[in-house]
Design a protein around this ligand. Structure first.
Ligand code: LLP
Length: 420
């Protein structure tokens, strides 16, 4: 899997556009996405499974930019949504309800009502009490809700514990021993229509082994459920495919397809996939400017204008992101901590990183920031959320403006009585 952020004459381009030209127009920090990279990733995934009846549903929690979702939807992707807000955004981006699936361990009554207004493909249900809630709400609305049940396959995805979801101790899904009972309950409720079986074991999974183990368990279960008379049209095997952040060599969609297609095909189900990171991770960078440089004893610091509120992955998961100079002015390197302006020691992008020597006002590109970058950003320290730019060949579009100070206080008030 490649990407289209490359140096030409020592300057980093996204496709045909100089990153520094984008910064001249919109300032820094800024998220920059490459249309070509994300569409190529989608095509790579989709074609790898050409021999399987399937739908790739983009897990938009990774990147919910309307333009990104719209491009993927237009390319044929379905959308995996984890909240009412994501369904709202998916619809605004032009996704067709019949290709929307609704995930989530804690869907609220309002969210269920909202989703039921549209004929979505499937609610993925994670508990028996949720089955009852959806049945009741659907009944009140005179609807029949299509449901799949998420089973926890108890497989170790061998990833960061915060993003492992398929072990028995995790909060997700229903224990496999309760599968028949849960499908029985679903089939008995008048306002539900059982349509599928679902799993998701975790994220940034580098090897195919955990997928093979989990897909095998689910395929066996799907066949048993079918034999027992349940209507299992869809088998959803979740997302989780890794991308290279550092030196990892993750399995490719082709490796995954070679390993699991025959297992999946035995089920005769339509297979749903929910990749998030794989489709967008390497299609985005966060460009930031060096505000100040300083030295404490022997340690160099580059203080940049982006911070943990813009990209929290290093602080939260100790995640590694490559950091590249946007203009390769110097061949000498330096070792530095690259840190943001937020008042916490946890506000860093890299520790002791070897990087091309840089100085005040130089631009750095934090690579592989297209997934779980902007979507996990916040206004911590009352910092403005940064703009998002999408590059298409030689053109670029500001697809989301930088926030303003007024955006920061939208919806807030100081009751007069409170302060009189
Ligand atoms: N489906 C379900 C039910 C999920 O919970 C997730 C991710 C996905 C699909 C997509 O997984 P992916 O293909 O992107 O690995 N913020 C973390 C990742 C959290 C993943 C949560 N669930 C990070 O920055 O690494």
């Amino acid at each position: 899997m490649g990407h289209h952020f490359r140096y030409r004459n020592k300057e980093m381009f996204c496709e045909g556009v100089r990153l520094s030209d984008i910064v001249k127009e919109v300032g820094s920090p800024v998220y920059i996405y490459s249309k070509r990279t994300l569409l190529e990733a989608y095509t790579e995934f989709d074609t790898a499974f050409a021999n399987v009846d399937h739908l790739v549903c983009f897990a938009m929690k990774a990147n919910s930019s309307l333009s990104v979702v719209s491009l993927l939807a237009k390319a044929g992707a379905g959308i995996d949504c984890n909240s009412g807000g994501e369904i709202f955004r998916a619809l605004k981006a032009g996704a067709h309800p019949s290709k929307i699936i609704f995930t989530g361990v804690g869907k609220t009554e309002e969210e269920i009502r909202f989703a039921l207004q549209y004929d979505i493909l499937m609610f993925k249900v994670e508990s028996r009490s949720e089955l009852r809630a959806i049945d009741r709400i659907a009944g009140e609305m005179g609807k029949k809700a299509p449901v799949g049940i998420r089973i926890n396959p108890n497989v170790d995805p061998k990833t960061h514990p915060y993003i492992a979801t398929g072990l028995a101790e995790d909060k997700f899904g229903i224990d496999q021993s309760m599968a028949f009972e849960s499908f029985g309950l679903a089939a008995s409720l008048p306002n539900l229509r059982v349509v599928g079986l679902d799993m998701h074991i975790g994220s940034q999974i580098v090897d195919v082994d955990p997928f093979v183990q989990a897909a095998t368990k689910m395929a066996v279960l799907a066949l048993e459920l079918k034999k027992a008379g349940f209507n299992i049209e869809h088998l959803d095997i979740g997302g989780g495919m890794a991308i290279p952040y550092k030196v990892e060599k993750p399995a490719s969609p082709k490796d995954l397809a070679d390993a699991i297609s025959s297992i999946l095909n035995v089920t005769d189900c339509k297979i749903l996939f929910e990749p998030g990171r794989f489709l967008v991770g390497n299609a985005g960078v966060l460009v930031t400017k060096v505000l100040y440089t300083k030295k404490h004893k022997n340690k160099n610091f580059l203080i940049v204008d982006a911070a943990m509120n813009d990209l929290i992955r290093p602080s939260l998961y100790d995640a590694y992101h490559k950091i590249r100079a946007v203009e390769l002015k110097k061949v000498e390197t330096m070792v530095a901590d690259i840190v943001g302006p937020v008042c916490e020691s946890g506000d860093f992008f890299a520790h002791n990183r070897t990087i091309n020597k840089c100085k005040q006002n130089d631009l750095l590109a934090i690579m592989s920031a297209g997934a779980y970058g902007f979507t996990m950003s916040s206004n911590y320290n009352a910092r403005l959320r940064v703009p998002e730019v999408l590059v298409d060949g030689n053109k670029f579009y500001v697809v989301r403006d930088r926030e303003t100070y007024d955006d920061l206080i939208r919806g807030e008030r100081i009751p007069e009585e409170l302060v009189k």
